[in-house]
Design a protein around this ligand. Structure first.
Ligand SMILES: [Zn+2]
Length: 264
């Protein structure tokens, strides 16, 4: 039975991952997400039903367009697989509970913003507004896990403080960065995104996620710039690092904090 649930979640995740690729790419490009049907960006060949099967179609087509033989980006495949694995992981962590629904939505938000941020360096307002509404509503009914609370105050207040804290802190970082470096160090999308993250995670975990996001971001940026893969003209999108930092905190933050404080 459990195995069956995981298989379902894998398929379900792959389909949603495929849809999130479309949402992330089309919304940021100002296109409709339902029409026209998906086609090859090189030759315009409209994909038939089996070419639209997530994950599987990539292997059936051996990673190439059936018409013009141009390479299909492995990014699509990667996001489909990552969404599948994360959907299964959400069930593994939370089982069938309220938090399971929040975790699926949180993962969805992170996948969509990562797709668009990697492709266009944009985190679209429409996506943020949708998930803001959805996650605020869900947090009204599904309380923040007790161990996420910073002070033993009300769950709602913790979410509210977390959201305000995330938004204001990133706004300040962006504001100071602008003065010091005389250029945009943080996009408006990142700032608004952190408001939503704060609502989902609460104050303490938001701060921890920011620490992880900037650590992972710094390490990977240094690595990529030493390989000359990024430079001042070609900056690196921060959204995917925020995503990694947040999921790490969401799934393992409490364990990491316990481990860290036990060291001292
Ligand atoms: Zn083609």
């Amino acid at each position: 039975m459990e195995l069956l649930i995981y298989i379902y979640l894998f398929i379900f995740g792959a389909c949603f991952g495929s849809f999130y690729n479309v949402v992330g790419l089309r919304i940021s490009d100002g296109k409709s997400i339902s029409k026209p049907r998906s086609s090859c960006p090189k030759c315009g060949h409209v994909l038939c039903w089996w070419e639209l099967i997530p994950i599987l179609s990539y292997f059936l087509l051996v990673g190439k367009c059936r018409e013009c033989k141009s390479h299909i980006s492995t990014k699509y495949l990667l996001f489909e697989i990552v969404t599948s694995l994360l959907f299964m992981y959400c069930y593994f962590m939370f089982g069938f509970s309220g938090e399971f629904i929040i975790s699926l939505m949180f993962v969805s938000l992170i996948i969509i913003i990562s797709v668009s941020d990697l492709e266009y360096m944009i985190i679209e307002d429409k996506v943020l507004i949708f998930f803001f509404g959805l996650l605020v509503l869900l947090r009204v009914f599904i309380k923040l896990p007790t161990e996420f609370l910073t002070f033993n105050i009300n769950h709602y207040l913790e979410s509210l403080i977390g959201g305000l804290f995330g938004f204001i802190l990133l706004y300040l970082i962006a504001f100071i960065g602008q003065i010091v470096y005389k250029q945009e160090v943080m996009g408006g999308g990142d700032i608004k995104l952190y408001g939503i993250i704060g609502i989902v995670l609460g104050l303490k975990m938001t701060l921890l996620s920011l620490f992880f996001a900037s650590t992972v971001g710094t390490v990977i940026s240094l690595l990529l710039s030493s390989l000359k893969m990024i430079n001042k003209e070609k900056p690196i999108p921060f959204g995917p690092f925020i995503g990694i930092g947040c999921l790490l905190t969401y799934f393992y933050g409490i364990e990491i904090l316990k481990w860290y404080f036990n060291l001292f």
